[in-house]
Design a binder for this molecule. Sequence first.
Ligand code: 3H9
Length: 648
Amino acid sequence: MISIDRDGEVAVVTVDNPPVNALGQPLRQALWDAVGTLDADPAIRAVVLICAGRTFIAGADVTEFGKPPVPPHLPDLVDRLEQASKPWVAAIHGSALGGGFEVAMGCRFRVALDTAAVGLPEVSLGIVPGASGTVRTPRLAGVEAAVDLVTTGRSVKAARALTMGLVDAVVSKDLRAEAVAFARIALTQALPQPISARPVTAPDAAWWDEQRTAIAKRAKGEVAPLRALDCLRIAAEKPFAEAMAFERATFLELRVSEQAAALRHIFFAERGAARPAHLGDAKPKDIRSAAVIGGGTMGAGIAAALRDAGLPVTLIERDEEAVRRGLANLRSIFDGAVKRGKLTEVQAQARMDGVTSGSDYALLSDTDLVIEAVFEDLAVKRAVFAQLGQTCRADAILATNTSYLDPRRIAEGLPHPDRFIGLHFFSPANVMKLLEIVPMPDTSSETLATGFALARQLGKIPVQAGICDGFIGNRILKRYRSEAEALVRHGTPIATIDAAMRGHGFAMGPFEAQDLGGLDIAYLQREGARAAGQDVPETLGDILVRAGRKGQKTGGGWYDYAPGDRTPKPSEAAAGLLADRIGTGPGLTAEDIATRLTAAMAAEGKAILAEGIALKPSDIDLVEVHGYGYPRWRGGPMFDADASQRSV
Ligand code: 3H9
């Protein structure tokens, strides 16, 4: 797990604990022993700590968190490194995260490769750093930097880490050789104080209050960021040992909390999603070029996601005018990214330069992957695939982005149906992480594997879904909305329901969200189903849409909106329209409401699993967390339902 070799008077300790050099007990023990061995070696004057594989130590071993801690404990190891009689130099490539960065802070120096990043992501796992992250970071880089790093969990790239004082040097070529050279120079100078002995300047009480207010607003019920702030304040105001004891107690308490369990559940679900076991050794095809049919909001978003991943894209629309509109949609996505500082003008232009456009399908004769994102109309989509079948290479992957139509009908008659698949993106497609992957009975395992590989290429979370109305996500959404309407019919005020769901951790309640997205889309689907002879009962939303209340875009839906203001105001007009459908049931508490609505989502999830539409409960949780704003720290509806049963 570790090896030691010598380069003159500098020892090089190499950690090799794949996949990410996590600090499980055996590695902690090996490092503990290495300090003793090298302290006792008179020929050695300094030590470089470097890692093999894709990354520096990526943190504590998260799989140990459900179990009792076993010594040597990480904070003790970090102390031991700091107290070593020879200076240690951490040589960082990949990511030094959590416990990995804490180990690096136990070292006297930190040298990073220019592509490396450092960070303390513990809050994203529902915990606080547990091996001095909250105590040493303010002593290393100041309180403000520490609060930013620890309470957001965001990592920073090497160059920024250098300006923040988190690392001492950034190198660009041979990390090992340059770290050894750094150590040799360091030996010729007076050593800096160990971080634990450095002073820290504490901000005043008003500053801490401001931080608390801002973090509480962001956290929406997530506890770890505020508990991390408590630790940082103690670290700034109290002696080192006292702050360490406080951090340890907080870490051990949160480690066994429900929120930490939920966040770990999502952490492992995300990693498991990328390479599901049932794909076996099916090899994905190489995707080097892509095309999108349709340049509306969805099509442009998909094209932007493909361009962001570096793929050349062809955008097809039905005529020149529509092509111009599609390109303008795409341009405005990249312009928005420039305004928000995510892209430079030059990068935005390069994104556009990689787009070919037109109305002629002959442009697609050599494209590897084509994604159809035209209007949700069976005849229109079938016409698109008829043309794709004629013009694309026989081995090109052909995908539909349909949300509600039966993809099997879309592709009827397509030659080589083994290369056809559903790829359901969520709007805005260049931002939302979820990708539902929908194989057909004829889809080959190679095509399916390509869908998953594409998700990885685009930085998305793939979830496989079977064919049914709405796949996984929209089917659960329908049930959620219908249960919310049932509460309204029962007499629960609309605003009370929305507030209850915000209280549960959603950014918005079900009615506010409909007003934002527009009530008419779901209405048109229901009308379509009715026209096709299906028995679709009237919803309260139907009544509002028929009265012209389609949401924010018409000045009102479930709520009223003043012009130019997105604040929902209770609506007498809506109340009047719905009055004869609303009863006078007993008032429900916010907790009752959230329990009812999340239980309805979980019940639909169970049905989806029983029908084989979803392969595992954690896939449903990923869909809800990444596509529908379910609070990550509650672990998704399936985990949440289990958790509420556990606590009964
Ligand atoms: C902590 O450190 C607490 C301390 O303050 C205090 C302690 C006292 N443990 O993401 P990938 C597995 S909290 C165990 O696909 P990439 C992962 O499940 C920790 N396993 O790779 C996957 O397994 P499999 C703070 C881990 O190259 C495989 O490694 N640290 C851990 O795309 C590859 O993962 C973090 O939160 C772990 N810590 O990205 C860092 N990490 O192959 C979390 C990963 O069987 N990790 N695995 O599916 C990451 O952010 C990414 O893994 C990383 C590499 C950026 C490092």
